[in-house]
Design a protein around this ligand. Structure first.
Ligand code: BGC
Length: 444
């Protein structure tokens, strides 16, 4: 098999977890309406039911890095596949709210773990030339999962009050596929070198990059690992501290620039804030949003190894800033014009999908040294999920406190901060091997 095809195959398998990530975070949107009726949930109970997955993500992301440094990337991915399947069945079959919350929390552990392990594992098996695109494949599957969830919800909703059970059960199919497929992919060669299993690592590198290049890569990996102490303290040494700071800042800013308010609350915004929309029109607008997210991500895949990460991230945050400003202004009008609001949201989403969506995960998977990559990426990913919880839990009350326009302007401000951090501090990683990127920090 030609080498790039093998790298693609491995990446596609790892990226199936993105499909589950996207599906699991978005499926609740439609399901919650029925769940609420069936269990007679109060406002607070509804919020807990909706939020339990995200809380699980924070924990999943915090353990997975450490576990994967110790036991290997692939083993922990397999473990997350089991959790994905358990959660799909568990969320479909509960007799009461408590059981539902536990099932979704387990699903959150899986989403959190996979959200960091899939990009990290893909980055570690990919040749530098196409690494950006392969890692971004994971974002492609995330947005596919979101779109699938909207479509599954819509098509199952005619089943009536129990339809929510089928909505959650649907995730069992990709979870089982993911579980089985993981037995056909190799462990990360970089992790294997770190454990001293060089000949196995060389075999995998040769299949990805060809025998000659593989020997060279193996030597580079060994050299880089020899320079690493592998302790957490290493992360706080001057050069690495900078890498960690950038990783965490990008992670938090990807969330607080506000994209998930549109993705999670899109239909509520339309129904309650923009006059003259029925429920189905509001849900229809959501499907549109999911489709644009999907299409724009394809553009990102095509561009990320051509233009590099920095230009995409800067373009993305710049356009998003303008959109958030415009969105705030549109909501000053009484009533806000529906088509205008939808139009701006679509541009906002397209801008996110071309840059911040895939780009942040790509950079996070690239900028840390091998021996601490799992733990370092954990710190950044946990920050991302905490910011995600904070954003989604505060959006409605923030809109009450400072008006919805104020909320969008605040997100717009964070877009500018994102622009500045990328422009001023984030190195270009396009085309460099992970070992070359590591050297950038050691120079600081
Ligand atoms: C983000 C998620 C977001 C998704 C939307 C991901 O990169 O981390 O928070 O929901 O993109 O496409």
């Amino acid at each position: 098999m030609p080498s790039a095809a093998y790298a693609y195959l491995i990446s596609v398998v790892a990226a199936i977890s993105g499909l589950l990530f996207g599906f699991d975070i978005a499926v609740i949107n439609g399901a919650i309406i029925f769940l609420r009726q069936q269990f007679g949930l109060s406002e607070v109970q509804t919020e807990v039911a909706a939020g339990s997955l995200l809380i699980g993500c924070v924990f999943g992301a915090s353990f997975a890095g450490w576990l994967s440094d110790r036991f290997g990337r692939r083993k922990i991915l397999i473990f997350s596949a089991v959790l994905f399947a358990l959660s799909a069945f568990g969320a479909a079959l509960p007799r009461n709210l408590d059981e539902f919350i536990v099932a979704r929390f387990l699903g959150g552990l899986a989403v959190g773990a996979a959200s960091l392990l899939a990009p990290l594992y893909i980055a570690e098996v990919s040749p530098a030339r196409i690494r950006g695109r392969l890692v971004a494949l994971n974002q492609m599957t995330i947005v596919t999962g979101i779109l699938l969830a909207y479509l599954v919800n819509w098509s199952l909703s005619f089943l009536g009050p129990s339809s929510w059970r089928w909505m959650f059960a649907a995730a069992a199919v990709p979870a089982l596929v993911f579980f089985i497929a993981l037995f056909f992919v190799p462990e990360s060669p970089r992790w294997l070198v770190e454990c001293g299993r060089e000949s196995t690592a060389l075999g995998i590198l040769s299949r990805v990059s060809g025998a000659e290049r593989a020997r060279q890569e193996l030597a580079e990996i060994k050299e880089a690992i020899a320079e690493e102490s592998g302790t957490l303290a290493e992360l706080f040494e001057p050069g690495m501290r900078r890498a960690l700071g950038i990783g965490v800042a990008l992670a938090i800013l990807q969330q607080i620039t506000g994209i998930n308010t549109v993705l999670f609350y899109g239909s509520i915004i339309f129904r309650e804030r923009v006059g003259g929309h029925t429920e189905s029109a509001a849900i229809g607008a959501n499907v549109f949003i999911g489709a644009v997210n999907f299409l724009a991500t394809i553009v990102a895949l095509w561009l990320i190894d051509r233009t590099g990460r920095r230009p995409l991230l800067m373009l993305s945050s710049g356009v998003m800033a303008v959109c958030q400003l415009a969105l705030g202004a549109a909501f000053l009008m009484q009533p806000p014009p529906g088509m205008l609001v939808l139009g701006i949201m679509l541009v906002l989403l397209a801008a996110f999908a071309v840059g911040l969506g895939p780009g942040v995960w790509v950079v996070m998977a690239e900028i840390f040294p091998t021996r601490v990559r799992g733990r370092a990426m954990s710190i950044a990913t946990v920050s991302l999920w905490i910011a995600c919880v904070a954003l989604t839990m505060t959006f409605l009350s923030l809109a009450k406190a400072i008006t919805i326009s104020g909320a969008f302007w605040l997100y717009g401000f964070w877009c500018l901060v994102m622009y500045w951090i990328v422009w001023r501090y984030t190195p270009e990683t396009k085309g460099k091997t992970l070992e070359e990127i590591e050297k950038v920090w050691r120079r600081h």
